[in-house]
Design a protein around this ligand. Structure first.
Ligand SMILES: NC(=O)c1ccc[n+]([C@@H]2O[C@H](COP(=O)([O-])OP(=O)(O)OC[C@H]3O[C@@H](n4cnc5c(N)ncnc54)[C@H](OP(=O)(O)O)[C@@H]3O)[C@@H](O)[C@H]2O)c1
Length: 320
């Protein structure tokens, strides 16, 4: 990728897309093509085809998707599979037709079986049953990574799929009905502090373990792969080429109790934490094996403590 290469960041206003755009600009990439949803609906085949024919981007970061929590995924099952398949099919096919040099497709760790051994290696894909609640979303993501792999094998494309762990960062969703655990806890402890509450309630036992990666680190990993890795680096001598996707994670996890205590201290809430054990815990552990990414030469830099401090500062600045 050259500094004047034409780069399309699909989903540039989302959590990951914002971080990718920011990191590209700070590295000196100037020729970014950015379209809001009202300017370009990525689920429209005709509009996406016209856009690629007109703009001819050389590189594509596919960070646009319909994303949501457990309740949204489970309730809007049809929308999650349909919209994600449409967005990724349109972009991947147009990228092939218009000679895009490299494309990075963002999937998710929910592609792996519900009870996969820990830490989760890339080759555990399609070895067992998926988590029911987000099965339609996961199937769309699996189709996306298989589509990239198939276009690489049949047409010699250079489309790389990455599977990130739980992400957090600026522009995260802090709505308590739909947010992920980390931004939800920042908001709960901050409001607890402002309201001088005696306690803050955390869902579940606090025992499950989760991995968190800062969206800036995620963006750095995406750009590193775009700059340095090609599909040929990801295949072995086997006749059956599969599992060429790359996990992107922090490499270690924390319990929800450890996370809650860290956030409580950073926010400065001095009340008690109450664990509501009547609420479900979910899977006990979900940790990605990141040895493939590490062996390709990339490691994260932002510790959870530093990352949470930054996100908390960003959150309170938005409130001013
Ligand atoms: N967040 C995580 O923890 C996490 C973890 C693993 C993987 N990922 C993956 O990373 C990718 C990005 O996730 P994210 O967290 O950044 O999601 P996000 O914050 O919801 O951003 C998604 C972006 O896609 C855009 N978009 C959705 N449908 C569109 C359409 N039809 N036309 C045009 N734009 C559309 C959205 O536009 P609007 O702003 O108009 O809605 C938004 O800017 C996804 O593939 C997701 O699976 C995320």
């Amino acid at each position: 990728m050259k500094l004047d290469s034409k780069i399309f960041v699909a989903g540039h206003n989302g959590l990951v897309g914002t971080a990718i755009k920011k990191a590209l600009l700070s590295k000196g990439y100037q020729n970014l093509v950015l379209k809001t949803r009202s300017e370009l609906d990525l689920s429209s085949t005709i509009k996406v085809e016209e856009f690629f024919q007109k703009e001819k981007p050389e590189y594509v970061f596919l960070a646009a998707a319909k994303v949501g929590g457990i309740i949204a995924n489970n309730t809007y099952r049809a929308d999650f599979i349909y919209e994600n398949l449409m967005i990724q099919n349109n972009i991947i096919y147009s990228a092939y037709k218009n000679g895009v040099k490299k494309l990075l497709f963002l999937g998710s760790s929910c592609i792996y079986p519900k009870n996969a051994p820990q830490p989760i290696k890339e080759e555990y894909l399609l070895t067992d049953t998926l988590e029911y609640t987000n099965e339609p979303y996961a199937i769309a993501k699996i189709a996306g990574l298989k589509m990239c792999e198939a276009f690489n094998l049949q047409y010699g494309c250079n489309f790389i799929s990455v599977m990130p762990t739980n992400l957090y960062g600026e522009n995260d969703n802090f709505d308590l009905n739909t947010s992920h655990v980390l931004p939800a806890l920042i908001r709960k402890f901050y409001e607890g502090k402002l309201n001088k509450s005696n306690s803050v309630e955390v869902w579940g036992s606090g025992n499950p373990r989760r991995e968190f990666l800062h969206s800036s680190d995620m963006a750095q990993a995406c750009i590193y792969i775009m700059e340095n890795i090609n599909f040929n680096d990801l295949i072995n001598n086997s006749k059956e080429i599969r599992n060429t996707h790359i996990n992107i994670g922090y490499g270690s996890d924390v319990s929800i109790k450890e996370l809650a205590t860290l956030i409580k201290n950073i926010v400065g809430f001095d009340g008690e934490i109450i664990y509501d054990k009547s609420k479900p815990d979910g899977t006990y552990q979900k940790l990605l094996d990141t040895s493939k990414l590490n062996s390709l030469g990339w490691k994260p830099k932002i510790t959870l403590e530093k990352g949470v401090k930054e996100v908390f500062e960003w959150y309170i600045n938005q409130k001013k």
